[in-house]
Ligand binder design. Structure first.
Ligand code: NAP
Length: 229
């Protein structure tokens, strides 16, 4: 049984992961801004873009794994993206993760083999129109992944999952009609969009000892989109 924290564990991919970790009988903590209840896990109220003071005080001294899920999808033509848009995306995708990982480092160091999982996006690898801001932020997350993996090895592994469009509350505007889902599906070699459980399964693997010789990786789970045209 491991002590695991899923930041952004109340919705979408994070919720699917939290539920799976509960089912595996780990000691699970899940954090978000809006309170939620899940039998078998303890809730931590947290706004990742604000300073972290005592929010993590209730966590155990030793953490075996942390997953950082909060992110954004802010698609606009480049001409309409303000620097405030870029900063907002950086705040939630990159700096929130930095905030949390700095606050949690001492707990991760105390574990025998800790694992951190971050989230990028297919848009950081494959150029797509209107993705300039989110692609820049996620590329920064991929840079953080590799740098931290180097700095924290061999004690703490750091890896990153890069999904394509997945049916979650975050992607609601892009998936709220059958027509939108079908159009998006056609853009993927596997002819459909992702489900949160499929992305959570990879994060689960990266947390587990089964991935114990992997660090600094960006793994794509995207219906083939990043590799096949
Ligand atoms: N879904 C996709 O199509 C897709 C595609 C590519 C990449 N991704 C990436 O995958 C990751 C997970 O995405 P998702 O679709 O599962 O997201 P989601 O449905 O929006 O869930 C995000 C979770 O993070 C929490 N959260 C959001 N902002 C927060 C904040 N400021 N402070 C604390 N908690 C916060 C949310 O709860 P509260 O709102 O209550 O705080 C929720 O639990 C993201 O990094 C996203 O960029 C997703």
């Amino acid at each position: 049984m491991a002590n695991l924290l899923v930041i952004g564990g109340t919705k979408g991919i994070g919720q699917a992961l939290t539920q799976s970790l509960i089912n595996q009988r780990h000691q699970v903590f899940f954090a978000a801004r809006n309170k939620a209840e899940l039998e078998g896990a303890s809730f931590v109220e947290l706004e990742v873009t604000q300073e972290i003071n005592d929010q993590f005080n209730g966590l155990p001294d030793v953490l075996d794994g942390v997953v950082y899920c909060p992110g954004s999808i802010n698609l606009k033509p480049f001409a309409r993206l303000s620097s405030a848009d870029f900063l907002k995306d950086l705040q939630i995708n990159l700096l929130g993760a930095v905030n949390c990982l700095q606050a949690l480092h001492s707990r991760l160091k105390k574990a025998e083999h800790a694992s951190v999982v971050l989230f990028s996006s297919v848009a950081a690898t494959r150029g797509m129109p209107f993705h300039a801001s989110i692609a820049s932020s996620k590329a920064a997350v991929e840079g953080l992944t590799k740098s931290l993996a180097a700095e924290w090895a061999p004690a703490i592994r750091v890896n990153c999952v890069a999904p394509s469009l997945t049916q979650t509350p975050l992607a609601e505007k892009l998936t709220n009609t059958a027509e939108k889902i079908e159009n998006a599906a056609q853009k993927h070699p596997l002819n459909r969009i992702g489900q949160p459980e499929e992305i959570a399964a990879l994060a689960n693997f990266l947390l587990s000892p089964q991935s114990s010789w992997m660090t600094g990786q960006v793994l794509h789970v995207d219906g083939g989109m990043s590799a096949i045209s």
